[in-house]
Design a binder for this molecule. Structure first.
Ligand SMILES: [Zn+2]
Length: 88
């Protein structure tokens, strides 16, 4: 293989990045990730940002606010991305 494959490879990467970037933006818009339980998906978290930990009333899991929020965004992003892969 010469250099012929390289531009295609780069554009593939850019395409993927754009796709996933858009997915994460959508996830952020639709989900109140810091208030959604990453275990049972109940929207039960605390409103004030000063609250660092909370316990879900749905499944009694104790959450660190930031860790839980990142799990929610990651799981939802993967789900959306997976659905799009299946479509194409
Ligand atoms: Zn829960």
């Amino acid at each position: 293989m010469g250099h012929a494959g390289w531009p295609a490879f780069v554009s593939m990467l850019e395409y993927k990045a754009a796709r996933y970037g858009r997915t994460f933006a959508e996830v952020d818009r639709f989900l109140t990730s810091s208030q959604t339980c990453s275990v049972c998906w109940a929207v039960d978290g605390p409103e004030p940002l000063s609250v660092r930990t909370w316990t879900c009333s749905g499944c009694a899991t104790e959450h660190d606010r930031d860790v839980n929020a990142s799990r929610v965004v990651l799981a939802a992003g993967r789900k959306l991305a997976g659905e799009r892969e299946a479509e194409s």
